[in-house]
Ligand binder design. Structure first.
Ligand SMILES: Cc1cc2nc3c(=O)[nH]c(=O)nc-3n(C[C@H](O)[C@H](O)[C@H](O)COP(=O)(O)OP(=O)(O)OC[C@H]3O[C@@H](n4cnc5c(N)ncnc54)[C@H](O)[C@@H]3O)c2cc1C
Ligand code: SF4
Length: 495
């Protein structure tokens, strides 16, 4: 059942066994598992419920409706990096690309060996991965629905003798329309709103949308419920409130918001790691102009990958944005922008993300509010240089007449000599025009949350914030597995 907070017209007071704050990759999983385990569960979601049939093929309209702050969330630092997040029933999974990876073995080994997180082993996580993958239908991607921008790279890497692979994706009957990041209009992408949450509702869970969690209700140090405000379609408050009494609160508001919500409520504030150790998987793309018409926005944009440089902390993945989004986001102006957009149908693109060694933190600044501080360290600048040079070479070998990068000072590369200039030249953090889609780590297990994901009496954490650090691959399956783990621990410990 879904109660739209925009239309309650009155204050509400209810009782549940558990309240989940946030309905994304972590929260939706906890809600379903607890509801199916026989608990009365409420889910609070600040965003609205957008039915599959309401998704449009107008990216800018979709970004305004489905993205937090209309997509304008960014870090403060060198360089400033946009960090888009979803705000909708289903969280960021509504606007993600549908790429699925398990937590890499090496990362789990590192957590166990170097961070002392002995309960986060591959053997203990494998059953969670299997269950999550079954629920969200993770399957091998199909070449027939890939954007041509992906197959150009596939052909070029195959010629080199080092082909990549089709990405695994959580889809059922994907038509390759290319709108994954703007809400899948056919419901093929098995985001939380079409996979886990309907099952949670079937098992009796109740979601409150347009409902913003504000504060915990406490008895002594113990959290015994929550207070939230109802909003008009993610806009101003309606003036009405929701009060829920519940002995258990699961915080799943995402990596940027969860530490701030704990801090606002005086939970775990004595822990100096709260809000720190933020990793982002900074990412960017490289465009390449071909004589052929690529029409890269047709077909699944993120469908192919290469882990050839994974030991250097680089994962290459397909990416493409529709022309209107490109025109607004590429750092070109005037005549260059005109030329770039005129040629857009001839452009291929491919991207990468890095496993960052830089870390940032989430703080609250006076007059500004929640702020993400993050600076690129030298090692990560070098990963960008290596990855961009690699992609430029592959594109030129594939027959591109020109490569466009989003690096200041090296924005056009047409020859091996240009690539070598990039490899040897000076590169500063401020020269990088990147983005980041995977914030993690601000309430890391073993640092802020305990090994069992508890952060205080009556509070557990089950979102990207609890993932200890950078994975080097897309995190939704890892986050969902942490959600499942949290739910299992709760159900086991129930009297
Ligand atoms: C464009 C894009 C593409 C991506 N592609 C992929 C991909 O292909 N594969 C992959 O693995 N990952 C991808 N990701 C990342 C992935 O989707 C996220 O890492 C994941 O969804 C995070 O899960 P979460 O539970 O931590 O938070 P979210 O899914 O962000 O959910 C948190 C929810 O909490 C809500 N919330 C916040 N504060 C409050 C409050 N005070 N009260 C009530 N509700 C609140 C938010 O509105 C949000 O809906 C992508 C991300 C983006 C932005
Ligand atoms: S390509 Fe289209 S049909 Fe396939 S998952 Fe993405 S939005 Fe859905």
């Amino acid at each position: 059942m879904i109660v739209d907070g925009a239309h309650t017209g009155k204050d509400l007071e209810e009782r549940f066994d558990a309240v989940v704050i946030g309905s994304g990759a972590g929260g939706a999983v906890v809600a379903k598992e607890l509801a199916e385990g026989g608990m009365r569960v409420a889910v609070l979601e600040e965003g609205a419920h957008h039915k599959t049939t309401s998704h449009t093929d107008l990216p800018y309209e979709a970004i305004s409706r489905l993205y937090r702050d209309k997509g304008f969330t960014t870090t403060v630092g060198k360089p400033a990096i946009p960090v888009p997040m979803g705000r909708a029933l289903g969280g960021t999974t509504v606007i993600n690309s549908g790429t699925c990876f398990r937590t890499p073995t090496k990362v789990l080994e590192h957590w166990e060996r170097d961070l002392g997180l002995h309960s986060l082993t591959e053997a203990s996580f494998n059953p969670f991965f299997e269950r999550v993958e079954r629920e969200i239908n993770v399957v091998d991607g199909e070449f027939k629905v890939m954007s041509r921008a992906n197959t150009i790279i596939h052909e070029a890497l195959s010629k080199r003798g080092t082909p990549g692979k089709a990405l695994k994706r959580n889809i059922r009957g994907c038509e390759g329309c290319g709108f994954c990041c703007y809400g899948c209009p056919s419901g093929a992408k098995q985001s939380m709103d079409v996979s886990y949450l309907p099952k949670a509702f079937l098992a009796g869970a109740k979601a409150f949308t347009n409902t913003k969690f504000e504060r915990f209700l406490t008895e002594g140090r113990r959290v015994v419920g929550v207070e939230a405000t109802f909003h008009r379609d993610s806009g101003p408050s309606t003036g009405h409130r929701l009060t829920i009494k519940a002995p258990l609160v699961i915080l799943a508001a995402g990596t940027i918001h969860s530490p701030q919500l704990l801090r606002n409520n005086g939970v775990a504030v004595e822990n100096r790691n709260l809000g720190r150790n933020l990793t982002l998987h900074p990412a960017t793309k490289v465009f390449a102009r071909f004589d052929e018409e690529v029409n890269g926005w047709q077909g699944t944009p993120q469908a192919y990958y290469s882990d050839l440089l994974k030991d250097q902390g680089i994962t290459f993945e397909g990416i493409f944005v529709p022309p209107d989004v490109a025109a607004m986001t590429v750092p070109f102006v005037g005549r260059r922008l005109n030329e770039f957009m005129r040629d857009y149908k001839h452009m291929a693109a491919f991207g990468f993300l890095i496993s960052d060694s830089s870390t940032g933190r989430v703080v609250r600044l006076p007059f500004v509010g929640t702020t993400v501080l993050y600076n690129f360290q030298e090692a990560d600048i070098e990963k960008f240089r290596t990855a961009i040079a690699f992609l430029a070479r592959v594109f030129l070998e594939a027959g591109a007449n020109k490569v466009y990068t989003l690096l200041h000072g090296y924005s056009e590369l047409s020859s091996e000599a240009d690539i070598q200039r990039l490899e040897k030249g000076r590169l500063k953090a401020e020269d990088i025009d990147g983005m980041a889609f995977h914030p993690l780590g601000t309430c890391g297990a073993g640092r802020v949350a305990r090994w069992d994901q508890r952060a205080g009496e009556g509070v557990m954490i089950a979102d990207g914030s609890v993932v200890p650090e950078s994975l080097g691959v897309n995190p939704q399956v890892t986050i969902a597995a942490f959600g499942l783990r949290a739910a299992e621990k709760l159900l086991e410990s129930r009297p």
